[in-house]
Ligand binder design. Structure first.
Ligand SMILES: O=P(O)(O)OC[C@H]1O[C@H](O[C@H]2O[C@H](CO)[C@@H](O)[C@H](O)[C@H]2O)[C@H](O)[C@@H](O)[C@@H]1O
Length: 261
């Protein structure tokens, strides 16, 4: 998609948002800034998206953020995105100042039990693997044969996902079990308040991004953009990670025109 290929209604919404006094532009990482790949540690970002989000953050009265399910330190490492872009990890619960909810000893103890349990499920289903993060653990089945993937996910759903205190999110070829509640929507509220944004633009592709979309309001000028297929409450949709770069570049160009810098 070239800039001229951006759907007319989305161009109109982005142009209006780019003209507000203070703007926040935020994107998800995996599936938006970075194409989905087999191994989570190989998820490198699209350089054009990195350049555009950094350019947005450098503009007057404009803030930019990447809000990801990744652990914050891993997000910083993998994305290579530099300040003044704000990075938020762990599905909106991990800021550079720490977690929005304190991770207690009881949380840590539960997390260890969850990791042990998911590792034992993964061992029984070839091709699946376990990712660990400070407040959650993820069972990945992208590289498992379909029957193994289904069986591994079902074992997690009917087992540790039902334990008390466990917060479950099913994403793209994953089930994630967290010991605290997470919300990208809450993260956007915090960022909006922090910078006093008059409008927020957010791009996301996965289930946890729906919580972010739910905190946006097109009536007040916010723009929600779903990337790829799947049900969504977002008001706009684009195709893939290349389109994300195109949209971010379009926002920067329009914002430059409207701020005159
Ligand atoms: O909120 P996001 O930035 O989109 O992070 C969501 C999860 O992304 C990662 O998993 C996904 O991407 C992997 C690499 O492309 C892919 O292999 C996997 O199937 C996807 O579900 C990450 O590993 C998770 O920790 C994030 O929660």
């Amino acid at each position: 998609m070239s800039a001229t290929g951006i759907p007319a209604d989305l161009r109109e919404s982005l142009t209006a948002a780019a003209a507000v006094p203070t703007l926040l532009v935020a994107s998800d990482y995996d599936g938006c800034m970075s194409p989905l790949v087999s191994r989570p540690e190989d998820a490198v970002p699209n350089p054009a998206s990195v350049a555009a989000i950094e350019a947005a953050a450098a503009l007057a009265d404009t803030a930019a953020a990447v809000v990801s399910g990744r652990e914050l330190a891993v997000l910083a490492d993998l994305s290579g995105v530099k300040g003044p872009v704000t990075l938020v990890g762990s599905h909106g619960s991990e800021f550079d100042t720490g977690f929005v909810e304190e991770i207690s000893e009881a949380h840590r103890e539960l997390l260890h039990r969850l990791i042990d349990e998911l590792r034992s499920i993964a061992a029984d289903h070839p091709g699946s693997r376990v990712e660990t993060k400070p407040a959650s653990t993820v069972l990945h089945v992208r590289n498992a044969a379909p029957a193994d993937a289904d069986a591994a996910l079902e074992a997690a759903r009917s087992g540790p996902a039902r334990w008390p205190g466990v917060h479950v999110t099913e994403g793209k070829e994953v089930i994630e079990l967290a010991v605290i509640e997470t919300s990208k929507g809450h993260a956007l509220d915090v960022l909006r308040d922090r910078v006093g944004a008059d409008a927020v633009i957010y791009l996301g592709d996965d289930v946890t991004d729906e919580k972010a979309f739910a905190h946006l309001d097109s009536e007040r000028g916010d723009v929600s953009i779903k990337v790829g297929a799947g049900d969504t409450i977002a008001t706009h949709r684009i195709g893939d990670t290349d389109d994300v770069a195109t949209v971010l570049e379009f926002i920067v160009a329009r914002r430059r025109e409207s701020t005159g810098r």
